[in-house]
Design a protein around this ligand. Structure first.
Ligand code: SF4
Ligand code: SF4
Length: 311
């Protein structure tokens, strides 16, 4: 197939498009000893969709996740846009956004969508790190690869390394130390982690300090318009059933790990902000929820909040 034609089709729906042969990706992954699933489709399209930088602050009644979750869930948006293109190609395909076993950051570098920043994110010349990635494997052959040109790197900058509150970037990248990892993990949180954590879900710090993001994060798409569900009501978290909460906050990206993680993180934020107004609801939640990591973290913090409230 004419690669330029394929590029134009995807470019009508995405901000950045690179097209490579699947074997280019497979060979590079092999060189780097990365384990990726077998794919028999010969063409790999790597896609980027810009999203806007926006700030919403926590209040006494609502807690806020990382801003990449604002607007409709990006997994759904990217997949819907991909489907619109591939449905007319009349070939086999497989696609993925974020939660899949392929290395889409490696693919993005190979296709020229950006360079690999020391903050572990792909940095695009037009959109900085504010770009969601997705991949599509197609069962068709292209006449040439379309690889975008990138002439940039982090150089001697280390702003993200110095700004990371948990020192996750001190020595490459330690995923276990990363807030965005641990506040999305179903486990008991340590006191140091609770102290560092400032978000209901995710972490934006190493993006916010990155000089490559200056004057970036301006572009948006209709699907990323604020829905009013970006800040999560603490009452909803503790009063609604899982089902009712999921219905109310449907299509929000922070839902994908369920409500209990959000409840645990909300308690961590309430503890840090010395907001004791929800102590009774938190106590009631401990009578209903027996999930060990929830009980461990929340009962520890609730005890301290009750003591502080009585002092
Ligand atoms: S997401 Fe947050 S915790 Fe993780 S590396 Fe970046 S600044 Fe550090
Ligand atoms: S803050 Fe500096 S070192 Fe970190 S990703 Fe951005 S440019 Fe690279």
């Amino acid at each position: 197939m004419d690669a330029q034609k394929l590029y134009d089709l995807f470019k009508s729906k995405f901000d950045a498009v690179g097209i490579i042969e699947t074997k280019t990706y497979q060979e590079e992954a092999k060189k780097m000893n990365k384990i990726i699933p077998e794919v028999n489709y010969p063409t790999m399209v790597v896609l980027g969709l810009a999203y806007p930088k926006r700030m919403i602050k926590h209040t006494d009644t609502h807690v806020v996740p990382s801003f990449y979750t604002f607007g409709k869930d990006y997994h759904l948006i990217l997949k819907a846009r991909m489907e619109e293109v591939v449905k007319d190609l009349n070939c086999g395909y497989t696609l993925g956004v974020d939660n899949h076993p392929h290395d889409e950051r490696l693919a993005a570098v190979l296709a020229g969508l950006g360079f690999y920043g020391k903050n572990q994110l792909i940095i695009n010349p037009d959109y900085g790190t504010y770009m969601f990635l997705g991949i599509v494997f197609l069962d068709l052959k292209i006449d040439h690869q379309i690889i975008l040109e990138i002439h940039d790197d982090c150089g001697t900058c280390r702003k993200c390394i110095d700004a990371c509150p948990t020192h996750a970037l001190d020595d490459g990248y330690d995923v276990e130390k990363c807030m965005s990892h641990f506040n999305q993990s179903k486990r008991n949180l340590l006191d140091d982690e609770i102290q560092a954590n400032y978000s209901l879900f995710g972490c934006d710090i190493c993006q916010m300090v990155c000089p490559k993001n200056i004057n970036k994060g301006l572009k948006t798409h209709p699907e990323f318009m604020l829905s009013g569900k970006e800040a999560v009501s603490i009452l909803d978290l503790f009063q609604d059933s899982e089902k009712a909460f999921k219905e109310k906050y449907k299509d929000m990206a922070y839902l994908w790990k369920g409500k209990t993680i959000l409840m645990r993180n909300a308690v961590c934020l309430l503890y840090k902000h010395q907001n004791y107004a929800y102590n009774e609801l938190i106590e009631a939640s401990l009578k209903k929820l027996t999930t060990p990591w929830y009980v461990d973290t929340v009962s520890r913090l609730l005890k301290r909040m009750k003591n502080a409230n009585q002092a």
